[in-house]
Ligand binder design. Structure first.
Ligand code: UD2
Length: 316
């Protein structure tokens, strides 16, 4: 039985991790419910939910000074690149300043912490065309989101080198699966697609707006594989002070993704094509050899992951 703190733990990835861990561990979740939902979390005595923001210094100090954690996963963030372009100052507070504050609180109060895992992003690679992305590939953060993620990631790893705080970081590629919130226009494309298919299955009018011609490609990774990666990165000695790509190593175009779902559901999605989004990256795929060296093996192809997701949404 270990003690875990998961920031952003009512969100998509955080709640999947919290529910998984709460079987055999004690878990505290802090989340401001800006995108997360309390209903995402299992109701069980091992899992304590605190509604609040990671930018609230007093609250964070209370949590960190009154508990002894074995592991901390910092997943709280504004995950929207576009939002960071609209509101660079506000998103900086959450995506960067909260991390530095957390690092200081850990240095002060959590001397026995076994690992802090920070969630960085494939956004740090920017539009540099060489593929697949290796952790040591050229970094070209192009948006406030990407700059903050990269800076925070470097601070997190530096706290290991400078102060001996046990830290690691992960660079998520395109994560999908149950509990991803489709409500924002900048939600993950798969969650938006699933919401449209659901409407069509219910006999309602629905169409999906595709930004670009659909030839852009992404490394879509199922959330259960992401949990596998997070647990390996948190527990392996070799992961200390390092960052890891989290993906599958395979890319799929949006057009092919839609064909996969069309086929699984026997529906032809209505697609409206619009101009591509500003700052959209054309192709993205992870080199996952560093993560595989920790023992990671993705278990879900997009076909398998989508089936499991569609079943959980009662679409099949
Ligand atoms: C993902 C992450 C982001 C950042 C980035 C790093 C998500 C939700 N976002 O952004 O946080 O880490 O990777 O590169 O995982 N699209 C449509 N129609 C829609 C929505 C999206 O055509 O209604 C397109 C979009 O223009 C893009 C693709 O689908 O070409 C994927 O979009 P996304 O928002 O799921 O993810 P991405 O890769 O922009």
């Amino acid at each position: 039985m270990n003690n875990y703190l998961i920031t952003g733990g009512a969100g998509f990835i955080g709640s999947t991790l919290a529910n998984h861990l709460s079987n055999e561990n004690s878990v505290i979740v802090i989340d401001d419910l800006s995108m997360g939902k309390e209903e995402n979390l299992f109701k069980c005595s091992n899992l304590k939910f605190i509604k609040g923001s990671v930018t609230d210094e007093k609250l964070m100090e209370d949590i960190l000074s009154n508990n002894k954690f074995d592991y901390i996963f910092h997943l709280a963030a504004i995950a929207s690149v576009a939002d960071s372009v609209e509101r660079p100052v506000e998103t900086h507070q959450i995506n960067f300043e909260s991390v530095l504050m957390l690092l200081e609180l850990i240095r002060k109060y959590q001397k026995d912490l076994k690992r802090l895992v920070f969630s960085s992003s494939a956004a740090v690679y920017g539009d540099e065309p060489a593929l697949p992305k290796k952790e040591e590939s050229v970094i070209r953060p192009l948006t406030p989101y990407a700059v903050d993620k990269f800076a925070a990631e470097q601070y997190v790893l530096d706290y290991n080198h400078l102060y001996g705080v046990k830290t690691s970081a992960v660079r998520f590629f395109n994560v999908y699966g149950p509990n991803q919130n489709p409500e924002s226009p900048y939600s993950g494309v798969i969650s938006i697609l699933v919401a449209r298919y659901k409407k069509m299955q219910n006999g309602e009018e629905a169409q999906f707006t595709l930004f670009g011609d659909g030839s852009q490609s992404r490394d879509f990774v199922f959330v259960e594989d992401v949990i596998q990666a997070l647990l390996l990165v948190a527990t392996k000695e070799e992961a200390l002070g390092r960052q890891f790509n989290v993906g599958t190593g395979n890319a799929l175009t949006l057009n092919d993704l839609i064909s996969v779902i069309d086929e699984a559901l026997g529906i032809n999605l209505r697609v409206k094509y619009e101009a591509e989004r500003d700052g959209d990256i054309k192709d993205s795929v992870a080199d996952i050899s560093r993560l595989m060296s920790l023992g990671y093996k993705p278990n879900f192809s997009v076909q398998d992951g989508m089936k499991k997701y569609l079943v959980s949404e009662k679409l099949i």
